[in-house]
Structure formats: C-alpha cells, structure tokens
Design a protein around this ligand. Structure first.
Ligand SMILES: *Cc1c(COP(=O)(O)O)cnc(C)c1O
Length: 379
C-alpha cells in the first residue's frame, strides 16, 4: 500500500545526517529541532501556532482538553473514519454523536450534523477523510450559528488546500478553531515513529495547549491544569524537517497517480472513482485540494470482497478503509443510534476498496493494478 523504503532511499543521505546530528547533540526531547519544525510548519500552513505532540490521537484528545470540554458535552463526528476520532471523545467522557457521511466525498454530511445538534452539543470534529477537506464553509457556518467549536481531524489531509466559497485558499487543518494531525509513518507527512501536532490561530488556546502537552505546567513544577505527557522527540522532528520541503512534491506525485488510476477506470461499469470537490474554477485536474492519502474506489456490483481476494491472490496490496461503521463497533454501540440514520456509511463499508497509493508508484505498476481490477470487476 505504501513504499516507505523506496521513499527513504531517495532522501537517505539527508535523513541519516539529520539523525546522526541529533545523536551527537543528545537533545532528544524538546530540542532545537522540535522548535525549528514548529516554526517551519507554522510558515508552511500559514497558521500562528503549531504545537507538536506524540501522535495524532493525542493531538485530538489534547485539542478537546484545551477547549475545556466537560463530561456529558456532545461532540459530533463522522461515522465513517478511523476509530481514533471517536475514541478520544469517549475517553474524555464526552458524548460522541456519530453522523452519516456523503457518498461521493466520504466526508461528514452537513445535513446530518445539523439534525444532530442539541443544546448539549459543544463541538464538531470533521475528518478530512482520504486527503480531501470536508465542506468547511458549511461546517463553520453551522458552528457560528450554534456557538460550537470546530476541531479538524487533519491526520489524512496535511498539505491539502481548501478553497472557500469566497475564493480564499487555506491549508486543511487551519480553518477550524483547532486542527490536529498525525505524522504516523504511512501518513502523507510521516516520520519514522509516532508523531502529531495541533494547530490554532488562537493565542490563548495555544498557550493552554502548550501547558497541557507538558503535564499542565506553565511554569516549571507548577501544575495549573491536568495535563498529559505528549511530546514529539527530536529524531522525529529531524525526519519531518527533512521531509516537509518535499511535501508538496509528494502530494503532486499522489495526485498524478490518482489521475492515472481514474483515467484507466473511466467509463467502467460498477467502478466509481473518487470525486474531487473544488471551488477554485472547476478544473479538478489541476487543483491541489485533494492529497490522496488514500485512493478509494466504490465497487457497486457486490463484488468488493471477491475483488479484495482476487488482488490478494495476485500479490496486489489493497485495503478496506473502513469495514465497519463506528456506530456498529462494540466499543461505541449506543441505543441512541438508529440504523436508518446511517444509510451511506452502511453502504460504503460494503463498497470501498483502497488501492496502493504512495509517492513511488510508476506507470507500469498502475497499469498492472488497474488491469487486474477491471479484468475482475468487468470480465
Ligand atoms: C491516523 C489517524 C489518526 C491517529 O493518528 P495516530 O498518529 O496514529 O495516533 C486520527 N484520525 C485519523 C482520521 C487518522 O487517519
């Protein structure tokens, strides 16, 4: 699915010397590399504050802690996402409110959010699934109307742009009150271990969160709030600093591969290619709004599971993200949920299949993969 070694080989010298440098300085935690990465990410994203932390799950949790959400507060998020999003809501004893998503973009459904808002709702957590932003214009408008916070789970969309209805271009993760991301190795900007970060333009929130990631300390050994230990280590920061200048190129490589996939699948029955939404000028082929963390098809003739088996048999990697809606996961089932509110997620879990997607895909591999898929779905 990913080619981490191929990418490493292409940047090996710089990575190795950056890591060797950390070993020499022995500044393993909160060293100058972490601070430098913070500044470089702030510049890249066009945001005032980046707070590095230990992983993307922590980033979400700390964002919710920073907002001071209290047990019983309701937090609305997508039913079709990685479990981390709902896990931290539950862990903080907030009430997760899962809602359906859109069939074409896989992102949270705005009308479903609207329906789920109650007097207890405090926040919305849109997930920019597979590398494309949810409808942030509509989400921010709803948040403003109902006085809610918005935390963008940007683990899959770092580097993506969002072009608002007003034509303004912003980086994914910088539009809500807070954004979170993950630097897990297979993410678009991956380190060589765990890592994550929180983004905000709010000075007060940034200050609060900088304390929370470090045991609630704002002054050494004074613990003003309950915090956590969630730090990015210097070796990961050095890896990320080496890769950040390459991120846009990596996103372009992913987009180019996605375009080739979609071209090969054009006109095929039962194979629905991913949709790119854009407000730029409608020329989806040239826009940079989708960074294709995953390239995900829908197989609409009931042959998805058989296709997975067929690709496995032919040594072609593939993935099903995600096979079970969160509202049906044992840990998150709740009598509040009604099956008729989740028609799309219930359908997507049966139809989706993600193909290999990374920065090192070549034309021969893409042709081999697309031929195998088409040959099986439409023999
Ligand atoms: C990967 C991911 C996370 C969690 O990130 P970790 O760094 O693995 O903790 C959260 N949300 C989404 C949507 C993800 O894809």
């Amino acid at each position: 699915m990913v080619d981490l070694n191929g990418q490493y080989q292409s940047i090996k010298e710089q990575i190795n010397s950056s890591i060797a440098n950390i070993l020499e300085t022995s500044a393993f935690i909160n060293g100058p590399e972490v601070h430098a990465l913070q500044k470089e990410l702030e510049a890249y994203l066009g945001i005032k504050h980046v707070i590095p932390c230990a992983n993307g799950t922590d980033a979400l949790q700390i964002a919710m802690m920073g907002l001071g959400l209290q047990p019983g507060d309701e937090v609305i998020t997508a039913d079709f996402t990685f479990a981390a999003t709902v896990e931290v809501i539950a862990l903080l004893q907030l009430t997760p409110v899962l809602v359906d998503v859109e069939k074409d973009t896989f992102n949270i459904d705005i009308s479903a959010i609207e329906k789920a808002i109650t007097p207890k709702t405090k926040a919305i957590v849109p997930v920019h699934l597979f590398g494309q932003c949810a409808n942030m214009d509509a989400i921010m408008a709803l948040a403003q109307k109902h006085n809610l916070y918005v935390i963008e789970d940007n683990a899959q969309a770092i580097g993506a742009n969002y072009i608002g209805e007003n034509g303004k271009k912003q980086k994914a993760g910088t539009i809500g009150h807070l954004g979170s991301t993950s630097f897990f190795p297979s993410k678009n900007l991956g380190c060589y271990g765990d890592g994550g970060a929180i983004f905000t333009n709010d000075d007060t929130l940034a200050h609060t969160i900088r304390g929370i990631v470090n045991h609630g300390m704002y002054e050494r050994y004074h613990h003003d709030v309950v915090g956590v230990n969630s730090r990015l280590d210097s070796i990961q920061a050095a890896v990320l600093r080496a890769k950040l200048p390459l991120l846009d190129g990596y996103c372009n490589a992913r987009r180019a591969a996605a375009r080739k996939y979609s071209k090969a699948f054009a006109g095929q029955d039962h194979i629905v290619v991913p949709v790119t939404v854009t407000n730029c000028d409608g020329i989806c082929d040239t826009c940079d709004c989708h960074v294709f963390h995953q390239y995900t098809l829908r197989i609409t003739n009931g042959k998805r599971d058989a296709l997975v088996q067929h690709l496995n048999d032919n040594q072609i990697p593939c993935g099903v993200y995600y096979p079970i809606p969160l509202h049906k996961q044992k840990a998150y089932v709740d009598e509040r949920y009604n099956e008729k509110d989740f028609p799309v997620t219930n359908q997507l879990v049966k139809e989706v299949i993600s193909l290999p997607m990374h920065t090192e895909l070549d034309d021969e591999q893409i042709a081999f993969i697309t031929n195998a898929v088409i040959g099986f779905v439409n023999p």
